[in-house]
Design a protein around this ligand. Structure first.
Ligand SMILES: *Cc1c(COP(=O)(O)O)cnc(C)c1O
Length: 225
């Protein structure tokens, strides 16, 4: 039997509180994004009933279906890699884009967005070739190049930990994103506030919180596979 989202959420909230306490943080500063990319509309609805107010989707089709059904009672986070040709269909329907990873995408957003879009730059901290994201070494330059793009507001950085069971490697990735955030904030770039760190998924969100995550993206542990 699969457990209810409500039950999963209360277990996750306990673990968030524990990680926050351990690192001297306030659990209120951590936003849970329920990743529903593999979940049905019914299951997403159940998450909303359980009190979730942020949903994350990775694919255009699934996003549009759920948005149609659930509307504006939640905030919508697009967390998947976004092809430029799909920008026009999604960009004016989302509240946050977590996966800004290239200039050509920024250009398309600038062209299609009707209002300023809150974006996070996806950073490939681990350097795995399979991963999307701006290389950490190119991040400053990437942000400098965005300054003409007034439809884009950079509210944070996003990353995915390397695929490993090695906790210290995962932690290193998250703490590096935190360090990069500090570096960027000190540049005071226009359109860049960078107050958020979107990091941590079902298997590593407690580590991410200890390393400063303000947005955690949880699929499996919350709504199931
Ligand atoms: C699928 C996905 C998640 C959620 O992963 P889980 O391990 O199921 O919690 C988080 N972030 C991104 C970018 C994803 O694609």
């Amino acid at each position: 039997m699969i457990s209810s989202v409500k039950q999963n959420l209360s277990e996750i909230e306990l673990k968030i509180a524990e990680a926050a306490r351990k690192s001297g943080r306030d659990a209120k500063d951590i936003t849970v994004i329920a990743v529903t990319k593999y979940a049905s509309c019914e299951r997403a609805e159940e998450a909303v009933q359980a009190g979730v107010v942020n949903l994350g989707e990775s694919y255009e089709k699934g996003f549009l279906e759920k948005k149609e059904q659930l509307g504006d009672k939640v905030s919508w986070h697009f967390i998947g890699s976004l092809q430029s040709k799909k920008v026009k269909n999604v960009i004016n329907k989302i509240d946050y884009l977590h996966s800004l990873d290239r200039m050509s995408l920024a250009e398309e957003i600038q062209k299609r967005a009707e209002q300023t879009v809150k974006c996070l730059v996806q950073v490939n901290v681990s350097g795995e070739v399979s991963k999307h994201g701006v290389d950490a070494s190119n991040l400053n330059k990437f942000l400098q190049n965005l300054k003409e793009y007034d439809k884009i507001k950079i509210i944070g950085l996003m990353t995915m930990a390397p695929l490993t069971e090695n906790e210290s490697e995962i932690r290193k990735c998250f703490s590096e994103l935190n360090r990069l955030q500090g570096e960027i904030k000190s540049l005071n770039l226009p359109n860049v506030t960078c107050e958020h760190l979107s990091m941590g998924m079902s298997n590593d969100y407690q580590i991410a919180i200890e390393e400063g995550a303000t947005m955690i993206r949880i699929g499996t542990a919350l709504v199931g596979e």
